[in-house]
Write a protein that binds this ligand. Structure first.
Ligand code: PMV
Length: 337
C-alpha cells in the first residue's frame, strides 16, 4: 500500500518553500508559541508515503483548547532540547526528532538552537503529545526564522513531524484532506467553520505508560498484514461524510455514534494484524462497558480511542452531571470555551 516516491524527501519538499538563506530572528527569541492537542473523530490510520507521512484516508479532529504544547527556540552554543523543565540527553529519542525537524529548516546555516517545550496536557490523562508538539515546533520555527509561511504550508510541514500534527495548527473542528500529490503539498488540514459550545470531551485514564508499539509501527503492521484493512478507507470516507452532516446539523447522536464506530473499526483492523496489535487493557474494556450501560439507561455518552489504552468520552454539557456518576474522576475539556 506504501506508494512512496523515493526521490521525494521531506527536505526536497521543504526546500522549495524556504528562502535561499534562513536567518534566526533574534528579536523574537523569547516568544513561545502554543498549539493545542487534538482528538480524531475520524481517525488517520495508514500511510501511503512513510517519508512524508501521507495518509491513506482523510481524517477529522477536534482540538483540545488550552491543552497542548508551548514551545520557543533561541540561538545557543550547542543544540539542546528541554522538555517540561528538564534538559534531555542529546541521544534521547524525542530530542533527536526535534533537532532533525529543525535541521530541515536551518539547512546547514551555522547556528545552534535551544528548544524549550512544555506540555500542559495532564500526564495523568495519557494523551499523546506528538500532535501538539510538532505543531508548536512548526509555529516556533516559522517565528524563529521569520518565514511567515501560510498556515496550510505549516500544516503540511508539521505533518512531516507527526501526521496528526497537521491538524493541531488550529482550534475547533479540523479536517485533514489526504490529498493526491506526490509531494504531499495538498495533504493539509484546515479548520471547519463551526462552533459547538456545548460539546465536551472527558479523559478517562487507563494507563500512562509508554506504549509498546508506536503509531508509526502500528500503522505499518496493519497496512502490511491485515486483510481487514482493505475496508478501512471506505469506512473512513463514509464516516467523514457522516461527521460533516452531524456537525452541520448539530446532531450529537450522529456525531457520537460515528466517532465510536470509526474508532472501533480502526482497532478492529489492528487486532486483525499479525502479530496482533491490541492496545486495550482490561480497564479499557471495563470503561467501554460502563459507557454502553450508561447509554442503555438514557445517558448520551460515546467514546473514541487512539493507539493506546485510554478512553476519550464525548458528551454534551447538559449530560455532564450524569456522566460524572459513571466516571467520578473525569477530566473534562470544553473545546469551544
Ligand atoms: O500522528 P501519529 O503518527 O501519532 O498518528 C496518530 C494516530 C491516531 O492517533 C491513532 C489517529 C489520529 O488520527 O490521531
Amino acid at each position: 500500500m506504501n506508494t512512496s516516491n523515493a526521490s521525494i524527501t521531506r527536505q526536497s519538499v521543504i526546500d522549495q518553500y524556504l528562502p535561499a538563506v534562513v536567518t534566526p530572528q533574534c528579536e523574537r527569541m523569547s516568544d513561545a508559541v502554543f498549539a493545542p492537542s487534538n482528538i480524531a473523530l475520524c481517525k488517520y490510520w495508514g500511510k501511503r508515503d512513510a517519508e512524508l507521512n501521507l495518509p491513506i484516508n482523510s481524517s477529522l479532529s477536534i482540538s483540545l483548547a488550552h491543552l497542548g504544547t508551548r514551545t520557543s527556540i533561541r540561538v545557543a552554543d550547542a543544540d539542546q532540547v528541554w522538555l517540561n523543565g528538564t534538559r534531555l540527553a542529546i541521544g534521547d529519542k524525542f530530542a533527536r526528532k526535534v533537532i532533525a525537524f529543525i535541521d530541515l529548516f536551518r539547512r546547514g546555516s551555522d547556528h545552534r538552537v535551544k528548544v524549550v517545550t512544555e506540555n500542559n496536557i495532564p500526564t495523568a490523562a495519557g494523551l499523546a503529545s506528538s500532535a501538539s508538539g510538532f505543531a508548536a515546533l512548526m509555529k516556533a520555527v516559522d517565528q524563529f526564522y521569520g518565514l511567515q509561511l501560510p498556515l496550510l504550508q505549516q500544516s503540511a510541514f508539521a505533518r512531516m513531524g507527526s501526521g496528526s500534527a497537521s491538524r493541531s495548527l488550529y482550534d475547533g473542528f479540523v479536517e485533514w484532506q489526504m490529498g493526491i500529490r506526490e509531494d504531499g503539498m495538498d495533504s493539509v488540514a484546515a479548520p471547519l467553520d463551526c462552533v459547538w459550545p456545548e460539546l465536551r470531551i472527558g479523559l478517562v485514564k487507563v494507563s500512562t505508560g509508554e506504549k509498546a508499539v508506536d503509531s508509526r509501527s502500528g500503522m505499518n503492521r496493519t497496512v502490511d498484514t491485515a486483510h481487514l484493512y482493505q475496508s478501512w478507507p471506505l469506512q473512513a470516507a463514509a464516516d467523514l461524510q457522516r461527521l460533516h452532516n452531524a456537525i452541520n446539523a448539530k446532531d450529537f447522536t450522529l456525531l457520537g455514534e460515528t466517532a465510536e464506530q470509526n474508532s472501533l473499526s480502526m482497532h478492529a483492523t489492528m487486532i486483525a494484524s499479525w502479530p496482533p496489535l491490541l492496545y486495550w487493557q482490561p480497564d479499557s474494556v471495563a470503561a467501554m462497558q460502563t459507557i454502553w450501560q450508561a447509554r442503555a439507561v438514557g445517558t448520551e455518552l460515546y467514546f473514541t480511542m487512539d493507539a493506546g489504552p485510554n478512553i476519550k468520552l464525548l458528551f454534551l454539557a447538559d449530560a455532564e452531571a450524569q456522566v460524572r456518576k459513571f466516571f467520578p474522576d473525569l477530566e473534562v475539556i470544553s473545546p469551544f470555551a
